[in-house]
Design a protein around this ligand. Sequence first.
Ligand code: DQA
Length: 148
Amino acid sequence: MTAVLVLHGPNLNLLGRREPSIYGTSTLADIDHFMGEFAKSCQIELSSFQSNAEHALVERVQQAMDDGTDWIIINPAAFTHTSVALRDALAATGLPFIEVHLSNPDGREPFRHHSYFSDLAVGTIAGFGEDSYLLALQFVVNQVERSG
Ligand code: DQA
């Protein structure tokens, strides 16, 4: 079974209440739930982790080196634009990862235009609301099927 780790960065615990015109009305629990249902239907083992703390995300990424994780789907949230430490942790794992965003940072304030992750990611999916996560998981499923 393919194991996928979904990581959510700072303030994503507030989804549903946080700027709903930008981030939508689904809560993080809703997103984890529909990701989990989709994963089950595709024989994917899914785990999810959210933190507001950079060090906690770095430590969870480091764990992924040894816990059988095959793919990472990450919404680094504000750390997208600031965190060399989280970037370095992902690079250290050597694991393929997909960067996702609910909104489209390129269409927002200039400080959101730079990502410390995009050049290392297999790809970035942004601007599709909660579907950004599902599209990322669909890509992993396609890859698993292609590799037989
Ligand atoms: C975000 C975009 C980031 O710029 C922002 O800091 C977030 C959420 C998104 O999902 O659209 O917290 O990653």
